[in-house]
Write a protein that binds this ligand. Structure first.
Ligand code: SF4
Length: 310
């Protein structure tokens, strides 16, 4: 395994590119403000991604699913490389959201979750999913077995029509089905799932908030609001432009009773750490065309479209 590290200029974020020979993966490491205070890790569950979201550079091509050991190795390498003693870290969240759709690699994901929980029993493990149409009972069972597992659905829009344009992969749940699965997950685990919503100037009206409220019961759900940026735009530029938009929409959802948080991509700008900015992965795909096949969701042409950072 060959690993390359790229640090942000503010030294708060590091991106790692893992070359497994026949697959590539990325992981991102954050500190807030020190690793000991709070560490966040985003790691990949697949090399490339079959879903093909229109905002995401990872979705241009799919190579293969990663094994549980390859997922765990990303986390362990980050700790070792930075000399982080996991025992000394007060708060840590490991998120399965860098590259790949975790629920389309349930075998690798569940193996990694069990191993990571055994290694780091205090650390939160967040599954972030675009909601493919899979068996969610096994997700609930795993989440009951491992009490540090969280679940986040990438919702991003307030109508299925708009969401279908963003996530063209057909075999996925509708918004109403996501709401139902989230409620079942809440009832099984006693923990609130998150929906992630990428705010842009066409999905942040009062009508959008009302539609979300009609679908997702705030008794069961928490909201993550993310800044979006255009495909060729830097995260920093998008953050400045869209931050107010995201904050305003957070306040609208707060008024409906949702606990909300905002995903802050600051620091990723100069390392391509955001979803869709997987520059080194894209270069690897170009250099290995025999291993990288086009994603299902990319059967339609890519247009200038918003993308998320989570
Ligand atoms: S956003 Fe996630 S699910 Fe969509 S293409 Fe990118 S990695 Fe895959």
């Amino acid at each position: 395994m060959q690993v390359k590290r790229i640090d942000s200029s503010d030294e708060n974020v590091s991106k790692y590119v893992f070359d497994f020979g026949n697959a590539v993966a990325e992981a991102v490491l954050y500190k807030y403000p020190t690793y000991e205070d709070r560490t966040v890790i985003c790691c990949s569950t697949q090399s490339g991604c079959p879903v093909g979201c229109r905002f995401c550079g990872a979705g241009d091509a799919f190579v293969r699913s990663l094994t549980g050991d390859e997922i765990v190795a990303q986390v362990q390498h980050l700790f070792a490389d930075r000399g982080i003693d996991p025992e000394a870290v007060q708060r840590c969240q490991i998120m399965f959201m860098s590259m790949g759709e975790p629920l389309l690699n349930f075998g690798g994901l569940s193996d990694a979750i069990r191993k990571l929980h055994a290694l780091y029993p205090r650390f939160a493990l967040l599954i972030s999913t675009s909601a493919p149409d899979v068996d969610y009972e096994r997700v609930r069972d795993l989440s009951v077995e491992v009490p540090t597992v969280g679940l986040q659905f990438s919702v991003h829009e307030s109508t299925d029509e708009a969401r279908n344009a963003l996530i063209p992969f057909k075999a996925k749940l509708t918004l109403a089905q996501i709401a139902k699965e989230g409620e079942l997950w809440f009832r099984a685990t006693g923990r609130e799932p998150f929906f992630n919503y990428c705010a842009h100037d066409r999905n942040t009206s009062h009508e959008d908030a009302e539609r979300i409220y009609q679908i997702f019961n705030p008794m069961f759900w928490q909201a993550t609001i993310s800044v979006v940026c255009e495909r060729d735009e830097s995260v920093a530029a998008a953050n400045i432009r869209q931050r107010q938009l995201a904050t305003d929409f957070m306040e609208k959802l707060n008024a409906y009773g949702y606990p909300t948080r905002c995903f802050d991509p600051a620091g990723q700008d100069d390392i391509g750490g955001g979803c869709g900015q997987l520059w080194f992965v894209q270069e690897w795909m170009r250099n290995n065309p025999e291993l990288a096949r086009p994603s299902i969701g990319r059967s339609i042409p890519i247009v200038h479209a918003p993308r998320c950072t989570a």
